[in-house]
Design a protein around this ligand. Sequence first.
Ligand SMILES: Nc1ncnc2c1ncn2[C@@H]1O[C@H](COP(=O)(O)OP(=O)(O)OP(=O)(O)O)[C@@H](O)[C@H]1O
Length: 624
Amino acid sequence: MRTSWADSVSNSAAEIAISDKNSLRRPTRSTYVPPHLRSGSISDLSGPVSGTNGGSRWTGSDGGGTKPELRRQGQGNSYATAGRDAAAGGGGGGGRNNRSGGWDRREREVNPFGNDDKIDDIKQNFSEQENSGINFDAYEDIPVEVSGENVPPPVNTFAEIDLGEILNQNIRRCKYVKPTPIQRHAIPIALAGKDLMACAQTGSGKTAAFCFPIISGIMREPYAQRSHVGRTVYPLGLILSPTRELSCQIHDEAKKFSYQTGVKVVVAYGGAPINQQLRELERGVDILVATPGRLVDLLERARVSLQAVRYLALDEADRMLDMGFEPQIRKIVEQMNMPNRGVRQTMLFSATFPREIQRLASDFLSNHIFLAVGRVGSSTDLIVQRVEYVLESDKRSHLMDLLHAQRENGNHGKVIRDYLVSLTLQLALTLVFVETKKGADSLEHWLCMNGFPSTTIHGDRTQQERELALRSFKSGKTPILVATDVAARGLDIPHVAHVVNFDLPNDIDDYVHRIGRTGRAGKTGLATAFFNESNLSLARPLAELMQEASQEVPAWLTHYASRARYGGNKNRRSGGRFGGSDFRREESIGKNLDYYSGGNSGNAYGGLVDISGGYAPGVTSAWD
Ligand SMILES: Nc1ncnc2c1ncn2[C@@H]1O[C@H](COP(=O)(O)OP(=O)(O)OP(=O)(O)O)[C@@H](O)[C@H]1O
């Protein structure tokens, strides 16, 4: 059995267990009405609703739960004006609608950029060459596939998007000079209020692609004040992710993006003391970033209600909707009073999107736009992939050889380069993936004994240990991290130069996410995999993947691939690159229907479009 599975399931199971225990123990409060039993809107509830208009604030002035694109009509002026006002106020305004929520957070808000807050300096020093970390050349000519109705055109610069001055300042503080391809396409779609299923390669900036529109949308909300009823809070935005560490990371990013906008972002995840999270929630929340287990707990305690959610984003959406998480997600989205699809705006993001998960995901979407940027489900060309035949019994000595070679090349440990000028730490970190939690501990111990400072992250460690391990790895104190699949998705750790698949996963998508911990944001990386007879089901998809990424495929792997039958369903790639094209299109073609021919005429992006190459509907895309 794969660890990735065991880990995520055991993590979420642990979170459910906590939640079950708590809900059983919790004394019934006489005043408490469980959210799912409340039939009315927030405004129907008696009790002190803090906020000018209670339930109607998120529905807009019509009070009727209109779609964002409808709501936004005619708001352009106030939006722009408020942005100007905020800018005139020195960049510290409470957003376009002065989202004070009854308290002034500006004084208390910690600057997530540290002291590096001299916007004018940043502006002055800005140039594409020196900034950003993103090598945009690496993303030139990237194939883009969009399908759906009335797709807004992409933008080339952040300036073309009306995000408002404060958000733009934060983008500059992040040193983002221009949008990445996924951001160029996804942000205008999301700002138009469309539901979105977006696939883009690992490390290509998906987090900002869903955070910017949510923050901007909340800043546009006509009724600015944050509401709560008793101790229940009503976030407007909900971002779900599969692991605690990823939720923390998204939270950190979102806090940077929303700095001084007045939009408050709170994180809730299992394994950490819930009381602290409850206290944070009580101070107010506009965007809640959460893992599903802890969110269910908060919902059952009625400390969070989803009734006001206007924006729902699932990061690593294919993982969130696979067998491990799907029941929990369905419960959260369908049984906890969240506004229906079509009323809320739903955005699903991942680097991989198998077709069967796309089909399942459409239950949560309304007339969505499908967007694929880059070779979906594939690795980026920035990652050099090597696969080596290594017997189980030889794996440790083989790893040792790799690490020694790396050390000799001066590629390991901490090298301080140009300290006085840039204070940049140039780290070369190695991430080693193994199958089991026990295997992780044992390999880490062995590496340490052999003079390679290492640490480990997996589901059997306490959250405190996990966070400590991650910090120690990031800082270079322990430049080797031995991990199970708990670290496979989403984590954005600078300077990971080498990913070693000591044990290969069973699923090619997991491989894609694992190696995607390196070669991020335009930087190059190396991924080495140890392959042997126990990985036969992966031979074919791995060989295909490497070939497509212009990697050297060893002859022995090609041989195994030609003999191999596909293992599980998920590794079957016929009919679409890892679900890299819109399943609606594939199905309509299968049924000989022209799904996109109706209702799209007159819109430049109304049908299936390859923006880089410009092929017509029905023509196979660059990676099919
Ligand atoms: N426009 C931009 N300019 C420069 N850097 C950017 C830009 N957008 C994002 N980044 C940086 O790129 C890195 C990768 O972004 P992010 O973590 O959002 O990738 P991702 O696509 O979500 O990856 P994964 O699929 O692994 O989750 C981050 O360090 C982020 O700060």
